[in-house]
Design a protein around this ligand. Structure first.
Ligand code: ZN
Length: 277
């Protein structure tokens, strides 16, 4: 069982076995999960094991954003409050009519590397939403759930000052090129989110993909993304073509993406946003 104890009261699966990472914070009287991954039996086991070990019940599932690899395990938390930003809920509802229509889901399960990880998949929507920010307080422990946008417009992070932990969803990919090609991705709000993460008193950053990291890794990604955005602005001002600009940006080194086409598609999306200003 790939459950990792990050620090007292903070757990995660971040070895890729749930695709998107899954995290859990143990509060004085309850457990909060963050994202549900896309390996239903494994996430169920994670929840059961943590509840047994701590003698506490899971009450909340917080959803960082709309992508399937972060929400396909939601059915494991059907008895809990499932919370996301309003934007994320809207995107999920939209996806039910398009790429999550029953025939598409059946096809996806059939083609999955291990179809048993998604057997009996039901898409479970949030039970509650928030616009910008919400807080959960349990004894002297506070959990802040805040929308910033970036990877998607609804992207939100979870911050627990008591545990010096922040769970960022896909605004953080550690040691790989991020997916920045979502239709609602925005490099400017993404940079602002990274600035916010860096400004907080955090020891443990839990990304959407990759391992738990310290602040220097977040700074590394910030520096990369800032370089790209600054280059776009400079070359747009010089009147260069989109093609020339993407080619130049592609030369800036960063980790390789998990899928080969991600870098080009991300750079194109980011360019589109900067060029539209
Ligand atoms: Zn994502």
């Amino acid at each position: 069982m790939p459950i990792e104890k990050i620090v007292e009261n903070v757990y995660s699966i971040s070895d890729g076995s749930t695709r998107g990472n899954v995290a859990a914070y143990v509060l004085p009287n309850q457990i909060i999960f963050i994202d549900s991954g896309m390996n239903i039996p494994l996430v169920k086991e994670f929840r059961e094991k943590l509840e047994k070990e701590t003698g506490k019940k899971t009450t909340y599932l917080l959803i960082t954003h709309t992508h399937g690899d972060h929400i396909f395990g939601n059915q494991v938390f059907k008895d809990c409050k499932i919370i996301s930003s309003k934007h994320t809920e809207e995107r999920m509802k939209e996806s039910l009519k398009t790429n999550w229509a029953p025939d598409k889901i059946a096809e996806m399960i059939k083609n999955a590397e291990d179809p048993s990880t998604l057997e009996g998949l039901e898409i479970v929507l949030p039970t509650e939403t928030f616009d910008d920010q919400m807080e959960i307080t349990d004894g002297d422990v506070k959990v802040i759930f805040k929308r910033t946008g970036g990877h998607t417009e609804g992207s939100s992070y979870v911050y627990c000052p008591n545990y010096k932990s922040l769970t960022a969803g896909d605004n953080l990919f550690i040691d790989s090129f991020p997916w920045g090609g979502d239709p609602t991705a925005n490099p400017e709000t993404w940079l602002a989110a990274l600035e916010e993460y860096i400004s907080l008193d955090i020891d443990y950053y839990l990304p959407g993909h990759g391992s738990v990291s310290s602040k220097n890794k977040i700074q590394e990604f910030y520096v990369y993304l800032k370089k790209v955005v600054d280059l776009f602005r400079e070359l747009i001002a010089e009147g260069k073509s989109e093609e020339e600009i993407i080619l130049e940006a592609d030369k800036i080194f960063y980790y390789p993406p998990r899928r080969p086409q991600w870098k080009e598609l991300s750079l194109k999306k980011w360019y589109e946003i900067i060029a539209s200003k």
